[in-house]
Design a protein around this ligand. Structure first.
Ligand SMILES: C[S@@+](CC[C@H](N)C(=O)[O-])C[C@H]1O[C@@H](n2cnc3c(N)ncnc32)[C@H](O)[C@@H]1O
Ligand SMILES: [Zn+2]
Length: 201
């Protein structure tokens, strides 16, 4: 009986812990809905002021070795199934944060070329803040900061006027433009050489 009670207590403790973790990752300022950009997204559930802390991006703090191992698995999965969601954030030189947890609502925030939010690191925690005033019902977004080297793997569908067509860090947009032009020239050259007709002399 005593043994049974301790098992029940352990379960109750675990449930309390899970509930606490889940509550920490929720925010009254936003909610999950289907997104026009991709899959599900996160939307403002009331007007949000510029600079306001919206939600914590919770996850598991992992070292770089473990982070590389998980990134490798994700890349393999992406190659097989085309499911390329990335949830790992760089925290500092030693640690990363893997936000691939079902209760981490912030993991569903999509990328935009004109983002209204920004991720801020506070110690080893990450918070999503408003970059400007956000209206109720607006989809939240931030710059994923992806490297320009992977531009072809990540088409962007943010739909903004200034969309550069690919999920690439704003800091590398100039480089992206050069790469896009080079690719276009390559495509045109291939097209021209294929369409050359034999001529009689
Ligand atoms: C962390 S998830 C974001 C949540 C995602 N919408 C979902 O339902 O799982 C990141 C993935 O969402 C997609 N995504 C996010 N922003 C996007 C955008 N601007 N354009 C196209 N796809 C986007 C990409 O597939 C990206 O790898
Ligand atoms: Zn875009």
């Amino acid at each position: 009986m005593g043994k049974q009670k301790s098992k029940a207590e352990k379960t109750a403790k675990l449930i309390r812990k899970m509930k606490k973790l889940w509550e920490e990752a929720q925010s009254e300022l936003c909610e999950v809905r289907n997104s026009a950009i991709h899959g599900r997204g996160v939307y403002a559930s009331r007007p949000i002021k510029k600079g306001e802390k919206i939600i914590e991006y919770v996850g598991e703090l992992i070292d770089k070795e473990e982070s590389d191992r998980r990134a490798h698995i994700q890349a393999e999965r992406a190659e097989k199934h085309g499911d390329a969601a990335v949830y790992i954030f760089t925290v500092d030189d030693q640690y990363d944060l893997d936000g691939n947890l079902p209760w981490n609502t912030a993991r569903l925030i999509n990328h935009s070329c004109e983002p209204n939010c920004e991720a801020w690191i506070d110690g080893s925690r990450i918070f999503i803040h408003a970059l400007r005033a956000i209206k109720e019902g607006e989809e939240l977004s931030f710059d994923y900061g992806f490297d320009v080297d992977t531009w072809e793997e990540h088409p962007c569908r943010c739909g903004k006027k200034s969309c550069v067509g690919h999920i690439v860090s704003r800091t590398q947009w100039a480089e992206l433009e050069i790469k896009k032009r080079a690719k276009q020239a390559e495509v045109e050259a291939t097209h021209q050489s294929r369409n050359r007709r034999p001529r009689l002399k």
